[in-house]
Ligand binder design. Structure first.
Ligand SMILES: *[C@@H]1O[C@H](CO)[C@@H](O)[C@H](O)[C@H]1NC(C)=O
Ligand SMILES: *[C@@H]1O[C@H](CO)[C@@H](O)[C@H](O)[C@H]1NC(C)=O
Ligand SMILES: [Zn+2]
Length: 541
């Protein structure tokens, strides 16, 4: 995942320890408030209390439509030898240092070495007559798995083979590219982001093929090689290729969110958050120029002073709190039954408590990122000499746009806030928040995800929609489907948050096996489900 790196779900962190205590205190106060309302014997207030509790307890969770299964599935029971292969194949992939150092600096040697590596690791995938493999953009891979039933609309699984840099300092193992096994974990750059998906998808398919499984529904596997630096050479080229073939997808699944355990305080069970959108982003350049001169007779304001004031205004006037206007609302509503009392009551009644919850969430940077467009001043330059009036100053500001806002709206607010003609504002890159993918029990993808998660993680709590505050390759795929989801079925605890793009990135061997089992089931479930959608857009490859 690129960019802000914290998927919203990850930002659930802000509900973490410290936040949780405050939340509990807040909840305590709310409880008092409700009691007072009830005791006040005010008819209207009592009715309100009644509505609140009915919403929390009165309605059962939305029932899931029973799956219509056409035939028995293969069980994801792997032999000891297969489990060994699984682990070793992942380890080998970590050792190939496919690092994206910067926009135009990647380890080309490693990217080139990846193809022979996967060819060797997945002989069944590369020899199946109904699977086509293409190299796109030099080092990205596109697999087309031709299903036996061309009436079924294809879907797509995405992952990326490039990783962010890692130097050995600070790691518990000697080398971040050694893929060392320790205490049931594989350590290494890429174990979570995102070679687990690259290898996991191919291995699930390999295992199915070895059991003579022939998929009915066609699907694509896209493995980008430059996700960490924007996806221009990989994902964007794969999309162009699929567009030229007229492909439309039933759904697309990429990385981006996890099964969160203990991260949302107030919820005991792990919960699966499947991100249904990503925030947008703007990089804007601000500059001020002024006549140079000697510092012994300075003007009242220099370019540095003027620009600093503009930056200060941006920090002191954050973008509006939008909690309740974006998909974060559905997220908390769906998680509501998992919260313990009285948080369940509050979350079930966001129609009433949204302003309160919104204000609470903005207190921590990670949850603040969920409720508003964030503003980060990331670069500032000015001045050339200690006794010279600076002829210019410039700053770079990175905004991450909330779902309920657009690039234009944010820029308008920025201009209003800065409100100074001397400050020139130029737009670098900018894109709107990604469209919100469908989330309901009638959606084919959601049925397949629910079933596949339940198959492998029968004991988890809710499966709810999330938001990525960073970005993934999937954002390039909007022309191919409106059903884009970001989810890795890996259990993520509070201690795992800093491992992302950080030190000691690792995956448990057991967790990786479960990810492969999930994918093994997902491919089968995509075949077995009869979409309840009456008019699916049928498409031939
Ligand atoms: C590039 O990757 C290769 C293969 O993994 C590795 O041997 C080499 O040290 C890497 N180079 C750099 C500059 O990281
Ligand atoms: C900002 O200022 C620095 C130092 O004066 C300069 O090197 C850089 O090119 C400027 N950037 C822009 C975008 O004006
Ligand atoms: Zn990634």
């Amino acid at each position: 995942m690129i960019g802000g790196r914290l998927s919203l779900s990850r930002s659930g962190k802000s509900l973490g320890r410290a936040g949780g205590d405050k939340m509990a205190a807040l909840a305590g106060r709310l409880r008092g408030f409700l009691w007072l309302l009830g005791l006040g014997l005010c008819g209207a207030a009592a009715a309100l209390v009644a509505v609140v509790f009915v919403r929390a307890y009165g309605t059962a969770r939305p029932s899931r439509p029973a799956p219509v299964l056409r035939k028995a599935r293969l069980e994801p029971a792997f032999t000891p030898q297969e489990r060994q292969e699984l682990k070793e194949a992942l380890q080998g992939s970590i050792r190939i240092q496919t690092v994206s150092f910067s926009e135009d600096d990647q380890n080309i040697t490693a990217l080139a070495a990846f193809e022979p590596y996967i060819r060797k690791a997945f002989p069944a995938v590369f020899s199946a007559t109904f699977i086509k493999h293409e190299v796109i953009g030099g080092y990205s891979h596109l697999f087309t798995i031709q299903g036996s039933n061309s009436q079924l609309q294809p879907y797509m699984l995405l992952a990326h083979i490039d990783v962010v840099p890692a130097s050995p300092e600070g790691w518990d193992v000697s080398d971040p590219f050694s893929a060392e096994e320790r205490d049931g974990f594989i350590y290494g750059r890429g174990t979570l982001d995102n070679k687990n998906s690259v290898m996991g998808i191919l291995h699930a398919l390999e295992f199915l093929l070895k059991r003579n499984y022939r998929p009915q529904r066609s699907f694509y596997i896209g493995l980008g090689h430059d996700e960490e630096i924007g996806g221009k050479k990989g994902a964007m080229k794969i999309v162009a290729e699929l567009e030229s073939r007229g492909v439309q997808l039933a759904f697309l699944l990429d990385e981006g969110s996890f099964i969160y355990d203990g991260i949302v305080t107030g919820i005991e069970k792990p919960v699966a958050l499947i991100a249904i959108t990503e925030k947008g982003a703007i990089t804007a350049y601000f500059s001020v120029t002024s006549a140079p001169g000697h510092s012994s007779a300075p003007p009242k304001r220099t370019s540095i002073g003027i620009l600093s004031e503009a930056m200060s205004k941006l920090e002191q006037n954050p973008m509006p709190n939008m909690f309740g206007h974006g998909p974060e609302l559905i997220m908390f509503e769906e998680l509501a039954p998992d919260f313990r009392f009285p948080l369940n009551v509050i979350m079930s009644n966001l129609w009433l408590f949204a302003p309160l919850v919104g204000r609470f969430l903005e207190k921590q940077p990670t949850t603040n990122a969920l409720v508003r467009t964030t503003t980060a001043i990331t670069m500032f330059h000015g001045g050339i000499k200690s006794n010279v009036i600076p002829p210019s100053a410039n700053a770079t500001v990175n905004f991450r746009i909330h779902s309920a806002q657009t690039v234009d709206q944010v820029l308008e607010l920025v201009e209003k806030t800065v409100d100074d003609k001397r400050v020139k504002i130029e737009l670098g890159s900018a894109f709107d928040p990604l469209p919100v993918s469908p989330w309901d029990d009638q959606t084919f993808a959601i049925q397949v995800f629910r079933q596949s998660i339940q198959d492998v993680f029968p004991d988890i709590g809710s499966i709810a929609p999330g938001i990525c505050v960073g970005n993934t390759d999937s954002r390039h795929y909007t022309s191919l489907t409106n059903a884009i989801y970001r989810f890795n079925p890996v259990i993520f605890g509070t201690k795992d948050l800093p491992r992302f793009h950080g030190l000691n990135e690792r995956i448990s061997i057991n967790g990786y096996e479960k990810q492969v089992k999930f994918l093994f089931q997902l491919i089968q479930n995509s075949d077995l489900y009869q979409p309840t959608e009456p008019h699916m857009n049928l498409h031939e490859l």
